[in-house]
Design a protein around this ligand. Structure first.
Ligand code: SF4
Length: 384
């Protein structure tokens, strides 16, 4: 009785066992291995990323069982404030509607006074984290980045600073002619606590060539993330899906993250990010983004593929909407991310879900999924 080994309720055990017997042998075998706590193989992850109908229902049930075994009934959120310090960017990602050229009337870079005011506001509203990311500004070097960290630290020693994507870290390292490890050392000394694992998109150079040809390649993303972990700087991990990638490329992405985590243990969570293409170049290519069914599949498969390695799966309310995020809590997810307070990047791409959520709204979504809401720190310590 594999389900019994997961510690599930007898009713769920029975239902899962009966339905497994009716499924396609490869799907049933993969779910059975997941329930037994074994690592899924590439072909199994790929196959699960293709299921539909009754097999999708079985996948969701299995992901929910595995979630329950690994993290229980608690679902978490973090009280944070998002700040995008500049929208000036030399990049050309085709899924991005946020960047502006330096001479554009809407181009901006926050002054230290503006950043300070936002951080003070965050402290007043009880935030434990500042999430800081921006474009690849052609003039921003180490002094600018260190200055951003110092400004935040002048307001608060306690706030967790979660900042600078691997793409920004690469930009900075090249601009200064310094190895990324040296850049990380200096940023950490100035107060950087953790790094967003964004800019991963799909870790396949074939896909990157189409959707973000000028962006750091897979190998560089992996190198930077491993450097962060070696320096004692945790990162999140992400996957932006729903563009031109195949199920195999999604599966390889998930297993690459698992492999990195096996070596470093530095990922705090995995965040599936459905692409929001409406106002971007991608929509002109006819890309409309993933279906609700695809969202369920990706969250559930991520739970199974990363089980025992990355045990927190975050549903992004910014991308999925509040109801979509709540639904993902029933498909393997156990976290709703942050309050954010000020979200720009997805909104400019066509996101419809506003700039922030209150802790009460996030708690009520979690309760609506029949789970126990808890506020967490960036590193998943429970705070309430
Ligand atoms: S996604 Fe980031 S790096 Fe790419 S164009 Fe937009 S702001 Fe620049």
């Amino acid at each position: 009785m594999k389900a019994a080994r997961m510690g599930a309720s007898p009713a769920l055990e029975g239902r899962t066992e009966r339905r497994l017997a009716d499924a396609d042998p490869l799907v049933a075998g993969a779910l059975d291995r997941a329930l037994s706590g074994k690592d899924l193989r590439l072909e199994e992850v790929e196959e699960l990323l293709r299921v539909s109908g009754g097999e999708l229902q079985l996948l969701l049930l299995t992901a929910d069982l595995v979630r329950r075994k690994l993290v229980g009934e608690v679902a978490t959120y973090v009280v944070n404030r998002n700040v995008n310090h500049t929208n000036i960017c030399t990049g050309s990602c085709r899924f991005c509607a946020f960047r502006r050229p330096p001479s554009h009337p809407e181009a901006y870079s926050l002054t230290p006074q503006q950043l300070r005011a936002k951080v003070e506001e965050a402290v007043k509203m009880g935030a434990t984290e500042i999430c800081l990311q921006g474009g690849l500004h052609p003039d921003f070097g180490l002094e600018t980045y260190l200055g951003l960290l110092r400004t935040i630290r002048e307001v608060s020693e306690e706030l967790h600073i979660h900042a600078f994507s691997p793409a920004e870290l690469d930009h900075l390292s090249r601009k200064e002619g310094l190895p990324v490890d040296e850049v990380l050392k200096l940023l950490k000394e100035a107060g950087l606590n953790s790094v967003p694992g964004t800019a991963a998109e799909i870790l396949s150079d074939r896909v990157r060539e189409t959707i973000c040809p000028a962006k750091i390649r897979t190998e560089r993303w992996v190198e930077i993330v491993r450097s962060c972990h070696r320096r004692g700087i945790p990162t999140t991990s992400t996957m932006m899906y729903g563009t031109v990638e195949t199920p195999e490329e999604r599966a390889r992405h998930l297993l690459l993250l698992r492999e990195i985590q096996r070596g470093t243990g530095g990922f705090t969570e995995f965040v599936p990010l459905p692409v929001v293409p409406q106002n971007t170049e991608l929509s002109r290519l006819g890309i409309t983004g993933p279906t609700p069914e695809d969202n369920l599949r990706v969250h559930a498969v991520a739970r199974l593929a990363l089980a025992g390695y990355i045990n927190h799966i975050q549903a992004s309310w910014v991308k999925l909407g509040p109801e979509g995020a709540r639904t993902m809590l029933l498909a393997g997810a156990d976290d709703l991310g942050g309050t954010l307070f000020e979200e720009n990047i997805t909104r400019e791409a066509g996101g419809r879900w506003g700039q922030g959520m209150t802790p009460q709204q996030l708690r009520s979504l979690i309760l609506g999924a029949g789970r126990v809401p808890r506020q967490r720190s960036t590193l998943y310590e429970l705070l309430d």
